[in-house]
Design a protein around this ligand. Structure first.
Ligand code: PLP
Length: 400
């Protein structure tokens, strides 16, 4: 295994500036490969897909390459990769389609840990169909999502269990497999939000046991493209609203309107880049992704451990989220400063961090911090380094 963060950082033009990017959970920077792939697609001439000329064939090839890239990234079948503008839009689309099959007396299970994009669409559809909503609660002491509660929550009238593979604020990685297994055993479908988790470590939809797995390329160095990944046979059994004139094939029937084909070129380039993070990784692209993302996760986890140790040593700091299985995302407050003041002063020092609920709307309320500005979120990504952490800590030491 060989992880050279300096070599990786050199691929990112934005990282050559004086700004410290610790805001990746809201969107990462992109390497030259991605920037060039998108620019190259525009430079070569763009067209809509499905035509008889070369630029149109190229557009179709970009879409196929994006599907294959995401399939390799999450261990799926490319024919089960639905592409769309972002996770939220796709989740509303899937929620509408699935809710068409729900009836009064059914129930769904959502989790308090999730980003609102994997809660609100389900709640709104449930309200329209007179479907009961059941909540999986978080252990507020450590930010874990206890699995045992699902045994009571899921029954043979449960139609859907929505759960995150990682919290975008607390970093918690729930035991997704235990939850999807239970859902399946009681006849419910599972919808797993992989938007935060895909950027941190290896994703494997077979290991997750998810019926649907959602991800967004802009969280893992790609452009603004979202995807929902499912078994093509499951997609074939679903009837989304669609135009009469558009393809009824799977996965195309879920894809509305004309997409950004040049962005699809960027998705494939992002996956290639991730596969090369470990410069000694060998084998198929999937194998290289597994090696590289494992190495990247070790790198991120080491940085997070250093950051958490420093924050723990600071009497002013409260860290939220102490799950044993977590991503490298750190969420905290500093006594005597609001999260907005902290993020503002860090911004003035050239350090980008987010403050606020970050759409983790339910868990920040449950923690009792949403109304006071929630907390500050620091994202450590595969391109982050010890210098970034040092600049952050200096900024926190300088708070006035
Ligand atoms: C965990 C998680 N889920 C869902 C979303 C929504 O993703 P998108 O912006 O692709 O709609 C986000 C975005 O921040 C997220 O972090």
């Amino acid at each position: 295994m060989s992880y050279d963060v300096k070599r990786i950082r050199d691929r990112y033009p934005a990282l050559a500036t004086d700004t410290v990017f610790l805001d990746g959970a809201a969107g990462t920077q992109s390497p030259l490969e991605v920037i060039e792939a998108i620019a190259g697609a525009y430079r070569a001439g763009t067209s809509n897909g499905g035509g008889r000329f070369a630029t149109s064939a190229r557009a179709d090839a970009y879409a196929a390459a994006a599907r294959q890239g995401i399939a390799d990234l999450v261990g799926a079948d490319p024919l089960g990769v639905v592409l769309g503008p972002n996770m939220t839009t796709l989740t509303y689309r899937f929620a509408r389609t699935l809710a068409d099959t729900w009836a009064g007396g059914d129930n769904i299970v959502v989790s308090r840990l999730d980003h609102d994009a994997n809660i609100r669409p389900w709640l709104q559809m449930a309200a329209r169909s007179d479907v009961e909503v059941r909540w999986a609660e978080v252990d507020l002491a450590d930010g874990t999502l206890p699995v045992a509660q699902y045994d009571d929550l899921v029954d043979d009238r449960t139609r859907l269990v929505a759960v995150t593979a990682a919290s975008n604020v607390l970093g918690t990685r729930p035991d997704v497999r235990a939850i999807t297994d239970l859902a399946r055993s009681r006849g419910a479908l599972s919808y797993v939000d992989g938007v935060h988790s895909t950027a941190h470590g290896v994703s494997d939809v077979v290991a997750y046991g998810s019926d649907f797995y959602a991800t967004s390329a802009y969280k893992w160095v790609g452009p603004h493209v979202g995807a929902v990944v499912a078994d093509p046979a499951l997609l074939a059994a679903m009837r989304p609203d669609k135009l009469a004139s558009s393809s009824d094939d799977v996965p195309d029937r879920f894809e509305w309107g004309t997409p950004s084909y040049p962005n699809f070129a960027g998705v494939a380039a992002a996956v290639d880049h991730l596969a090369g993070l470990d410069d000694e990784a060998t084998g198929t692209r999937r194998q290289r992704l597994v090696t590289s993302l494992t190495a990247a996760q070790e790198h991120e986890d080491a940085l997070a451990a250093d950051l958490l140790a420093a924050l723990d040593a600071d009497q002013r700091v409260t860290v939220y989220g102490r799950a044993p299985r977590r991503t490298s995302t750190v969420y905290f407050t500093v006594a005597a400063f609001t999260p907005a003041q902290i993020a503002g002063q860090l911004a003035a020092a050239g350090v980008n961090v987010w403050d606020g609920h970050n759409y983790a709307y339910e868990i920040t309320a449950a923690l009792g911090i949403r109304d006071s500005g929630s907390a500050v979120r620091v994202s450590l990504d595969h391109y982050s380094d010890a210098g970034d952490v040092a600049r952050l800590l200096q900024g926190l030491a300088d708070l006035r």
